[in-house]
Design a protein around this ligand. Structure first.
Ligand SMILES: [Zn+2]
Length: 315
């Protein structure tokens, strides 16, 4: 790793595009955020990402390279978005890496946002093994795989989509199928299940968590079921791939105290047959995980010394 030169990590999500200027050691030096124009097409979203980089540069100087974590299936070699949800208009097929490189005039790397999350946790967070499953519980449920120290993309760049594996009930999933892990473990599903069971008006998973902590039995049950489902998915992945670790992030993971009983129950009753204990741990980087992971994508890119470093260099 070359010393000197800050880097930038950008997280392009469905509602906001967040960015951070990051040191090569993973310290956040500055932050910026803009609304994602998700319905206005690829160019508008790339322009917003470039504007966030400019905001960061104005605060802490221009970065040497930019890493991007983006929602959707990403070709990490070219930085093209291969597939995306309906939230993003004109995103599938968009050559994000190429356009941003041209626009910014600096090296750019693009990854799927959940892959970036796991990479961030591996670089500077709680992934203390190079073989791990990453899972993000947010609006949906995303997954990522780290095998032998490297992200595993699969031949189509679509590996790790554990949120859309079946066998978890009979509710309709956002993808149109039925009974996917996401229908139990996403924030949206937690809120929806609680509302259905109690006949209450729409509310957020955060409110369900608050009620669970206040002793609401239905709310506790919904989180218990989510924890069990997450653990079952982790055990399946660990059994298949000999993984000792799963790192769980995303907004819902802030209710770890409520997920943990379900996680512990499954780990106790259904441990991997290998006898190798599986640990399921919360991500340590919280809401910074994707921007830090995006920065980690370019942390090893060599940079030329800056002018001030050349001046300071002893002759
Ligand atoms: Zn699904």
């Amino acid at each position: 790793m070359t010393a000197g030169g800050v880097i930038a990590g950008i997280d392009i999500g469905g509602t906001k595009t967040a960015g951070a200027l990051v040191s090569r050691e993973g310290t956040v030096l500055a932050r910026a955020e803009r609304e994602t124009p998700a319905r206005l097409g690829g160019d508008a979203m790339a322009e917003t990402a470039a504007a966030v980089v400019a905001d960061l540069a104005a605060m802490g100087g221009p970065p040497a390279a930019v890493g991007v974590g983006a929602a959707g299936v990403v070709d990490q070699l070219t930085g093209e978005i291969r597939a995306a949800s309906e939230t993003f208009v004109g995103w599938a097929g968009y050559p994000l890496g190429e356009r941003l490189t041209d626009r910014l005039g600096m090296p750019v790397r693009v990854e799927n946002d959940v892959n970036a999350f796991l990479l961030g946790e591996r670089a500077w967070g709680s992934a203390d093994s190079g073989d791990a499953l990453g899972m993000m519980l947010g609006t949906g449920v995303g997954g990522a795989l780290l095998l032998g120290g490297s992200l595993w993309h699969g031949p189509h760049g679509a590996a790790g989509e554990i949120g859309h594996t079946p066998g978890y009930g009979d509710l309709a999933c956002t993808c149109g199928r039925t009974g996917h892990l996401e229908t139990l473990a996403s924030g949206t599903s937690i809120a929806r299940r609680y509302c259905r069971a109690t006949d209450s008006a729409p509310l957020s998973a955060r409110v369900v968590a608050t009620r669970a902590r206040a002793g609401d039995d239905v709310a506790r049950r919904v989180f218990l079921d989510a924890g069990r489902a997450v653990a079952l998915a982790c055990v399946s992945a660990a059994t298949l791939l000999d993984l000792p670790l799963a790192v769980v992030g995303g907004g819902v993971s802030s209710a770890w105290d409520l997920l943990e009983p379900g996680l512990d129950e499954v780990l106790r009753d259904q441990p991997p047959v290998s006898g190798i204990p599986l640990r399921i741990v919360p991500g340590a980087l919280r809401s910074d995980a994707v921007v830090l992971g995006a920065a980690a994508l370019v942390a090893d890119l060599p940079t030329l010394p800056t002018e001030s470093e050349l001046v300071r260099e002893p002759r």
